[in-house]
Design a protein around this ligand. Structure first.
Ligand SMILES: *[C@@H]1O[C@H](CO)[C@@H](O)[C@H](O)[C@H]1NC(C)=O
Ligand SMILES: *[C@@H]1O[C@H](CO)[C@@H](O)[C@H](O)[C@H]1NC(C)=O
Ligand SMILES: *[C@@H]1O[C@H](CO)[C@@H](O)[C@H](O)[C@H]1NC(C)=O
Ligand SMILES: *[C@@H]1O[C@H](CO)[C@@H](O)[C@H](O)[C@H]1NC(C)=O
Length: 359
């Protein structure tokens, strides 16, 4: 069982990320509807004759049961005769097994195959002779002999047709979409019981309630889904539209600089290194060095990134700026014949001609 517990512990990692979709059938109906477009109707999982209709602008979430002798047909969206060949309840096997306790004769903590699983991913964990049903994580299926989740190539699922069928799709009509709980620019779609991952076109994202991709500015993402970080275009020369490579000053801070790496696959470096000079130093673009801030011309606010109280001002060695909270809050002037000396924090008769204040 060592191997099984090793592989199964992966399940808990995986379910932290994609678990909502993996365990769709075990969610509450409200949680299921959160993943589905508004107004979606579907078969209530683990039943053959109950349906759910998700809330819409004009209606609240509704649940119902078919009249006696009828089963709910998810494709038709209504109840039809249970004996009709058009309706094969995807949970029929599961319901038949429901009252059989497969853990009755199993040892504590045993993993056994879930015979109701249509895709070989289901297994049962026996705890105090009770059955706890779960699915192997994506890409893995349950091996009934080794009693562990294994890669698909390690075990041939007998119902190979249904091998990739997803439990999330069993209850949903064909072509139903589900929100991706992690990525807002992606979604899932059930096509012939198989869960396919889809991507929204550029600059759009999936609106969980509308059920289609809309402009990123207007999207309402599924609660845990995040928009991708906007692409870093620092290394893209906006004037020429081509990539730039090398060392560059940070346009927002004299004490920081960027390194743009070589373009890859024809695309500029989207992850430039953003580095900081030691305290008291600024980046000198001409010397490609960090050096004493008084020896660097900085046109930005010289109070940024320092804890000193008074700073020299670019282009005027007689004036000084007063810093508070890392920004210049006021500007003062030394008396006639005096020059400001940031190093000694006062006005002196000596003009040191710091590059920081020279014209
Ligand atoms: C709900 O309202 C939104 C915006 O008001 C609209 O775009 C959407 O189509 C409506 N949905 C339904 C099912 O009526
Ligand atoms: C458990 O063992 C009992 C007695 O041997 C047997 O009658 C029963 O069918 C077994 N149950 C299962 C699920 O194998
Ligand atoms: C589901 O819809 C697709 C079209 O999107 C179609 O090709 C496929 O045959 C349908 N599957 C079933 C089982 O109806
Ligand atoms: C500024 O910060 C440095 C390093 O944290 C410290 O050594 C120095 O005393 C501080 N100066 C003032 C004026 O607070």
């Amino acid at each position: 069982m060592n191997r099984a517990s090793g592989v199964l512990s992966l399940l808990f990692v995986a379910s932290a990320l994609g678990g909502v979709i993996e365990d769709f059938e075990y969610l509450s109906v409200v949680e299921m509807c959160d993943l589905l477009p508004q107004d979606t109707s579907f078969l209530r999982p683990n039943t053959c004759d109950n349906w759910v209709r998700c809330a819409s602008n004009n209606s609240v979430l509704e649940q119902g049961g078919c009249a006696a002798g009828l089963n709910y047909n998810k494709e038709l969206g209504r109840c039809i005769l249970a004996s009709s060949s058009a309706t094969v309840c995807p949970y029929a096997n599961a319901m038949a097994d429901q009252h059989k306790n497969l853990c009755a004769n199993e040892t504590e903590g045993a993993f056994i195959v879930d015979p109701s699983s249509s895709d070989c991913r289901g297994y049962i964990l026996c705890k105090s002779h009770k059955q706890i049903k779960a699915n192997c994580p994506n890409e893995l299926i349950f091996h009934p002999v080794s009693r562990s989740c294994v890669y698909e190539k390690q075990y041939h699922c007998p119902t190979s047709q249904a091998r990739r069928a997803s439990p999330a799709c069993r209850s949903l009509p064909n072509n139903t979409r589900l929100a991706d709980p992690v990525h807002c620019d992606q979604y899932y779609e059930c096509v012939s019981e198989v869960l396919l991952s889809r991507s929204c076109p550029a600059a759009s994202a999936y609106d969980a309630s509308l059920g289609y991709c809309v402009d990123v500015a207007e999207v309402s993402c599924y609660k845990t889904a995040a928009l991708p970080a906007p692409e870093n275009t620092f290394c893209l020369d906006s004037a020429t539209g081509s990539a730039r490579v090398g060392y560059f000053a940070d346009e927002d801070s004299c004490s920081h600089y960027y390194i743009c790496g070589n373009p890859s696959a024809g695309k500029h470096d989207t992850e430039p290194k953003h580095l900081s000079c030691p305290l008291g130093q600024f980046f000198d673009f001409e010397k490609l060095s960090c050096r004493d801030r008084l020896n660097v011309r900085c046109q930005l606010d010289r109070c940024v990134g320092t804890n000193i109280s008074y700073v020299n001002i670019a282009g005027d060695c007689q004036s000084y700026g007063r810093c508070s909270g890392g920004v210049t809050v006021s500007v003062g002037q030394c008396p006639t014949g005096y020059f400001f000396d940031e190093r000694n924090q006062g006005c002196t008769e000596t003009n040191y001609h710091y590059i920081a204040c020279s014209v």
